[in-house]
Design a protein around this ligand. Sequence first.
Ligand code: ADP
Length: 392
Amino acid sequence: MTQSPPALEPPRGFPVVGMVGGGQLARMTQQAAIALGIGFTVLSARADDSAARAVRDVVVGDPDDPEALAAFGRGCDVVTFDHEQVPAPGLAALESSGTQVRPGSHSLTHAQDKIVMRQALTAAGAPCPAWLEWGPGTTMAHVTAEIGWPAVVKTSRGGYDGRGVWVAADETELAEVLAHPLQPGARWLIEQYVPFTAELSAQVARSPHGQAVAYPVVRTVQTDGICKEVVAPAPDIDDDTAVAAQELALRIAGELDVVGMLAVEMFFVDGNVLVNELAMRPHNSGHWTIEGAVTSQFENHLRAVLDLPLGSPEPVAPFTVMVNVLGGDHPDMYRAYLHCMARDPALHIHMYGKEVRPGRKIGHVTVSGDDPEDLLARARHAADYLTGVIDE
Ligand code: ADP
């Protein structure tokens, strides 16, 4: 156990928010916490995690350990999360530690398990791809009849950034995927392969007393299951679809009693939206809001979990784009700053203080303006230059 510095009390009346998980989401939430003047502490698995490098009041401990969680909770007014994968015993320990846990376990369970999510969304009448659980009585004939081929296979728990998602072209490939070991508590979800024209994300913030705000619906681009780019607002969907997506996200937030930020990832297909999955925390599809919206997703997450009035989600520019910086072969990114900053002073470059590993999210670049294609070209150039994909 690493020694943590003694926590400082915030000024009188100001609460302490604790975030479980020390990734870049916690790191960026701290920036909003600083502006609000509240206390902010993080439970981080490692002393060199992204947020642990930046947050003063960091507790290094195992977020999967119920005792560590309960002890962490006792030092906070509200506990929230930078990831949803906290096991149930830990959530129960937190909820009995006397602190507010937001979102609560009754909501969070829908972001932890894709089958639980599909069941709740289907019950609520939210449009989803056709799906079934591969259980003891399920046969290939069921998949053929109810889902069709190709079929998408997912582990219900523990997947992220496309890990735990496979596309099976036929029965043979499906059998191969189903032969993989499942982590304890996980089940197999089989879904219709959606031939989407775009992936969208609708983010909303919702507070305990029920106030909610909706951000503009954005277009996301995934490569190998990892979010690569975001354009806000989504340039190629009509206003009616965008409003319908916002209303759907608001309805899901209410149905599931979400507190804090909710991202509803959607497929846009044949002029309609289908829900892919839910995230109950600040989300990669909302990083653009730091510079591109009146109130960032990180500030609105804090306002929501503290039951403060929510900030405006309105954009401050016609378009804002965000391109992720994914680790490449260059371990030293700092030298690239000189070129990127000199070439385009309007860029906002964020680095998360993480060691470079191929494919790992280590930063992002944001830029706002009028022309999404021009903005994408500029942000992509910087991301590629930082990672050494290009050198001029
Ligand atoms: P993760 O939880 O790892 O982010 P997702 O369920 O979001 O996994 O899937 C990752 C990506 O795989 C999606 O962004 C999408 O590009 C693709 N995908 C997932 N489900 C489907 C589907 N039913 N049809 C087509 N593509 C899908």
